[in-house]
Design a binder for this molecule. Structure first.
Ligand code: SF4
Length: 504
């Protein structure tokens, strides 16, 4: 495909930061305002935008002075914040003051809003909300802090508080027992590659050659981690089998995988077990029956859109009709919950297609609907073709569509219960999981909030170990690329066993 992204002239932004370490606090914000620009630290006179920041601290206060110059227009801002006697709190104040100052500067020379989440640029804004809630137990104060101290837009503050309210009970109940952990199994293969996918080596070309060694490595992980896990007296509250598309596995291999899981990991009878079956072309009645027999409680079948032309355009080899047939099979087999995903901002789609998709989904009445905003990910065909400048396209349309979907889902009884953000998401928007009451996915809440240890096994799986005393988080990442995973899984399994033992 023609690479148009590289032919555009790159904007240059020069940064003079005192101390230079401020860069770590502000570069993500600058990137939100200028997604395609090159950032250069130093005092060079060259550049299209110049940002200057100077931070001084005393026993009493932190004074941050900043200025920005763009196309001959100059703005400045001063941020004064009290110092804190606690060193950790003081560091947070330094970081926040720098971010607020830069945010104000960027906003002053931009006609558009930089970020609806103010100075928060991370993937998990809800973590902050739950932390404030833990500390102050006062939602009015929490709302005030989110608006004033983090500059989050009022409607997003409302959304965050609503989601925190829906998820809080499950979050506190599950994290109260650190011996209950979550399991993620990554099967990094798909029948074809989606236009927006950044997963390396995702397309399965030779089943036996690729899947057999992969499953052997995965079973090794399950066995070794399972025995460490049992020695430590852990049990499982939720399992998520994702990928890729795990249902590309043949029937006998699905059975083998679940036999191994049930044998080595302590699955509570009430454990939630989710399987991603993103592509309906990988499912059959027989496979669904086997999944049901192995205790699977939740299936994700992800149309992304109900428009067949778009499905073809984004590289998915299935139709909306197949999605409906799959939905009928899942209901016939009697698996408790169905989740369905849709994506806003897909190439060629406007409000009309999104409106039709959400209405088509609602006719099926899945238990959960997850609404994503398309993210331009490095390595995807989307990024190669259109580049990061794509991020700001359709911004206002996506915001309006989200608001329409939010209201429509609320009127059908769905509640938003988890939220996360992705870098370079169209409209700087978020992904929101909605569910009918009683159908929320525990794994999704826990993986976003990072208050429960989650063991990741297989390709691209992230393990997060939460120390119960300090709440310190240690991560171990399995490679996404299947070849790298095979080459490194023995060493990575040992590291995970060591981290698990440290929690005993
Ligand atoms: S289903 Fe997911 S992992 Fe597979 S190609 Fe599409 S985006 Fe990538």
């Amino acid at each position: 495909m023609k690479n148009t992204a590289d032919t555009r002239k790159m904007m240059i932004i020069t940064l003079r930061l005192e101390p230079p370490g401020l860069y770590g606090y502000v570069h993500e914000l600058i990137r939100l305002a200028f997604p395609t620009a090159e950032l250069i630290q130093g005092s060079s006179g060259e550049g299209d935008v110049h940002i200057f920041l100077l931070q001084n601290e005393s026993d009493f206060e932190i004074v941050t002075n900043g200025s920005i110059m763009r196309e001959g227009v100059f703005f400045d801002h001063q941020e004064v914040t009290p110092s804190h006697t606690d060193i950790q709190e003081h560091k947070k104040n330094l970081k926040r003051a720098a971010a607020i100052c830069v945010y104000r500067l960027l906003q002053s020379c931009s006609a558009d809003e930089i970020n609806p989440y103010g100075i928060l640029t991370g993937m998990r804004p809800l973590k902050l909300v739950h932390k404030i809630w833990d500390r102050y137990e006062n939602l009015t104060l929490a709302a005030q802090m989110l608006k004033q101290d983090y500059l989050i837009r009022e409607d997003k503050v409302g959304l965050l508080l609503e989601i925190a309210g829906h998820s809080r009970h499950l979050l506190l109940q599950t994290s109260a027992n650190f011996k209950k952990i979550g399991i993620y199994i990554g099967v990094p293969y798909c029948p074809s590659r989606c236009y927006y996918c950044s997963f390396p080596g995702a397309v399965l070309s030779d089943y036996d050659k690729e899947i057999i060694p992969f499953l052997n490595a995965l079973e090794y992980e399950i066995e070794v981690l399972g025995s460490a896990f049992q020695a430590g007296g852990f049990s499982v509250s939720a399992v998520y089998v994702g990928g890729g598309t795990p249902t590309v596995l043949k029937l006998e291999h699905i059975q083998k995988l679940f036999n191994s899981l049930h044998k080595h990991m302590v699955l509570e009878p009430e454990a939630e077990i989710t399987v991603e079956a993103g592509r309906p072309d990988t499912l059959s009645l027989e496979k669904l029956q086997i999944l049901k027999d192995y205790g699977v409680t939740r299936i994700c079948v992800n149309p992304q859109t109900s428009d067949d032309a778009t499905l073809h355009r984004i590289g998915r080899r299935h139709s909306w009709r197949q999605i409906v047939e799959t939905w009928q099979m899942i209901r016939a087999v009697g698996i408790d919950h169905i989740n369905m995903d849709m994506i806003l901002g897909l190439p060629g789609e406007t409000f009309q297609q999104n409106q039709k998709t959400i209405q088509d989904l609602l006719r099926l009445k899945p238990d959960n609907i997850t609404v994503h905003s398309l993210a331009v990910k490095k390595g995807s065909d989307l990024a190669l073709t259109e580049g990061k400048s794509e991020v700001n396209k359709q911004k206002h349309e996506i915001i309006q569509t989200q608001s329409y979907i939010n209201d429509l889902l609320a009127s059908h009884g769905y509640q938003p219960y988890y939220l996360y953000r992705q870098k370079y998401a169209k409209g700087h928007s978020e992904n929101i999981g909605y569910g009918l009451p009683g159908s929320f996915c525990l794994y999704n809440i826990m993986v976003i909030e990072e208050r429960q240890t989650i063991l990741g096994l297989g390709g691209g799986a992230a393990s997060k170990f939460i120390n119960p005393a300090s709440q310190r988080l240690t991560s171990v990442y399995n490679p996404k690329n299947p070849a790298d995973y095979l080459a490194n899984h023995l060493e990575l399994t040992n590291r995970k066993v060591d981290n698990l033992k440290a929690l005993f």
